[in-house]
Design a protein around this ligand. Structure first.
Ligand code: RIB
Length: 306
């Protein structure tokens, strides 16, 4: 069976500290709880799409250490081909330090480790993976030239390309013109366009600026305020589902997995957005990145309820 989605991106081990509040510079506070889970935007998005029923391959790089070896075993057990999950002998596995407050808001610091060494050569080893895909998904926790090469290869093989510009950084015109769907959150959209979002009415202007920069479709995700979609032919405003938020970590990754899954199944854009919107909402109702990603059954049940 061909892989319909290929994800290129990071894998981190997430150390989650539940804190009563975020501390001040120079202040020491006590965490209520420490949990270790698998994360990283690339692996999260791959697992998100996989749980929703897509055929998925992941190209990523872990350290050849305790964390990396056990993460690779876990990803393989989840059905991802280990051939494109590289182990790096020279650098440690990426680690994300996540502080989570009582409202479910987080602050994240990432030590990228092996993710910084995911190279263009790693991609060249796996052209067969690119040949079979319908949708290609990537983000910015790996070297920028690798992201751009991934987009180039995916376009060469006729795939639909999705770029989640997170964490934020300037993007080249070449990269933007290789992107079919750009999916920033509102902060990333502001930093890419240089425009400020004061009210919802600023969103169409921001999206138009991004379209002029070369992308074909823009989805600006707004957390609890929903999302805004724009391409040259249509605009869609979608509200967020109202849920009880426990932890917002990986909500954006769940959205990406849902959107990619919907598009790979040939769903119309609004339905693929709805799929992503529901996956994102469900991901906020549980603790942790990958443990919070919903299955297809959970998502369908949730959508029926609404
Ligand atoms: O998007 C959430 C992810 O960001 C976490 O899993 C963490 O690893 C960071 O990469």
């Amino acid at each position: 069976m061909p892989n319909s989605i290929l994800v290129l991106g990071s894998s981190n081990v997430d150390l989650i500290l539940k804190v009563p509040r975020f501390n001040q510079p120079g202040e020491t506070i006590r965490a209520d709880h420490l949990t270790t889970v698998y994360g990283g935007k690339g692996a999260n998005q791959a697992i998100a799409a996989k749980r929703l029923g897509a055929e998925v391959a992941l190209i990523t790089r872990l350290g050849d250490d305790h964390y990396g070896q056990s993460y690779r075993r876990y990803l393989t057990k989840k059905g991802l081909n280990p051939k494109s999950i590289f182990l790096d002998k020279k650098v440690p596995t990426g680690i994300a330090f996540i502080e989570l407050d009582t409202k479910g808001e987080n602050r994240i610091v990432v030590a990228p480790g092996s993710n910084s060494y995911l190279s263009i050569d790693d991609l060249r080893k796996y052209p067969p993976l690119f040949r079979k895909i319908k949708v290609f998904v990537t983000q910015l926790e790996i070297p920028f030239e690798t992201v751009t090469m991934g987009l180039k290869m995916a376009k060469k093989y006729g795939a639909l390309t999705l770029l989640n510009p997170s964490p934020s950084r300037p993007l080249s015109n070449e990269t933007l013109s290789l992107t079919d769907f750009l999916i920033p959150n509102e902060l990333e959209a502001q930093s890419l366009t240089g425009l400020k979002m004061r009210t919802k009415q600023d969103l169409p202007k921001m999206a138009t600026t991004l379209l002029k920069m070369g992308v074909k479709n823009v989805v600006i995700t707004l957390g609890s305020k929903g999302l805004f979609f724009k391409n040259p032919y249509e605009e869609i405003w979608m509200e967020a589902f109202k849920v009880k938020v426990v932890d917002t970590t990986a909500a954006g990754d769940a959205f990406m997995g849902g959107l990619a899954c919907g598009l790979s199944e040939g769903k119309p854009i609004w339905e693929a957005l709805m799929f992503g919107n529901a996956a994102g909402a469900l991901a906020t109702t549980k603790l942790g990145a990958q443990p919070s990603l919903p299955s297809r059954k959970e998502l369908i049940r949730f959508l029926k309820r609404y």
